[in-house]
Ligand binder design. Structure first.
Ligand SMILES: [Zn+2]
Length: 355
């Protein structure tokens, strides 16, 4: 269902008359209702075991690999479904400005940026009354047990800039690169003050110019009881406007806090990793939701929602490995990912209903 991107259990049910089910699964295909019920009873640990098996195989075959020379892990929260009427015991709820109560589900996902493609490692549902950081800590505890050597460094949004979170990583000998925002005003203010008196490193890549500042040993975050390093990159990109041919420059500013020392990672590596996180957060979720129906509620039950998401993760990890490692680069470059996904769906139908 996921690999052929059918989008719902009812769409899958339409395929029940197909000729190949008994060959594929050794029995006729169950009804949509039965599959939904089974997914609300399934042991999610068993699905995670499949993922661990796949990971071990990818690792053995050197599929994953480092990003900018480091084994990074991206953490990101995702809201998966919202409703005003339907709710389950796993639903989070909030009051909107018009007074209505809205129900929704949220996850934190752990993603390895990888060498060839982002690998979706694991996810954890956020529980009622808990914030994203609390959920992420539960996820990290499991990931540290299941994949202790998968990563040395966590990349996250400004939301994760909390002392207990960074301290947890330090206790487990893991580093962090986190977006530095206004929430840690003292740290940001002190860093910007120091940057003001220092000459930046300047890097040029075609139309892109980066001015990078790097300051280590900042102690303006007392709750952390350790000093940190702050990196700032001011990036300007020039392009010629099509309408009148004039050169236009767009500038953006990025600031990160990191526990990595300068001898473990240069400032430009940190800038590269920081951007990689942003790309994953933006593209990976768009793809999951737009093309792989990840947000569809196949069965509104907390365990079923988690289990179906784990299936999406498995499917996408398989699909991306197939695409990036099995298909000839010349052929791959000529088509979009969607083209290959549609090919798989077409073959699935052809096998089920041969002409
Ligand atoms: Zn719910």
């Amino acid at each position: 269902m996921f690999l052929a991107r059918l989008g719902s259990l009812h769409a899958l049910e339409q395929e029940r008359r197909g000729a190949s089910w008994t060959r594929w699964i050794l029995s006729p295909l169950a009804s949509a209702d039965t599959i939904g019920r089974v997914f609300s009873l399934i042991r999610t640990e068993d699905l995670r075991d499949f993922s661990r098996g796949l990971y071990a195989r990818y690792k053995r075959n050197k599929v994953l690999g480092r990003t900018f020379g480091l084994n990074a892990l991206v953490l990101d929260g995702h809201e998966s479904s919202t409703s005003f009427r339907r709710r389950c015991p796993g639903c989070l709820q909030r009051r909107l400005s018009d007074g209505r109560r809205q129900y929704y589900h949220r996850f934190v996902l752990a993603i390895l940026p990888g060498k060839h493609f982002p690998y979706l490692l694991d996810l954890e549902p956020q529980r009622p009354g808990e914030n994203e950081v609390g959920c992420a800590l539960r996820l990290l505890s499991r990931v540290l047990k299941s994949y202790p050597r998968a990563f040395d460094l966590v990349l996250g949004d400004g939301l994760y800039l909390e002392a207990p979170f960074v301290s947890f990583l330090r206790e487990h000998r893991k580093e962090a690169i986190l977006v530095l925002k206004d929430e840690r005003r003292d740290l940001l203010k002190d860093a910007l003050g120091i940057f003001g008196g220092e000459e930046p490193q300047v890097q040029t890549e075609g139309p892109l110019t980066r001015r990078i500042w790097d300051v280590d040993g900042l102690t303006s975050w007392p709750a952390l009881r350790a000093s940190v390093r702050v990196i700032r990159s001011v990036e300007s990109r020039s392009r010629r406007r099509q309408i009148d041919g004039r050169i236009e420059t767009q500038t953006s500013e990025w600031v990160w806090m990191t526990t990595l020392s300068p001898d473990r990672a240069s400032a430009d590596k940190i800038v590269g990793l920081g951007h990689r996180r942003w790309e994953i957060e933006n593209r990976a979720f768009l793809e999951l939701v737009e093309y792989w129906h990840a947000d569809h509620v196949y069965r509104h039950h907390p365990r079923a929602i988690e289990a179906f998401w784990l299936m999406v993760l498995l499917t996408l990890n398989l699909f991306r490995a197939f695409l990036n490692l099995n298909i000839q680069p010349v052929f791959r470059r000529r088509h979009t990912q969607l083209f290959f996904a549609q090919k798989i769906a077409a073959q699935f139908h052809l096998d089920l209903f041969p002409p």
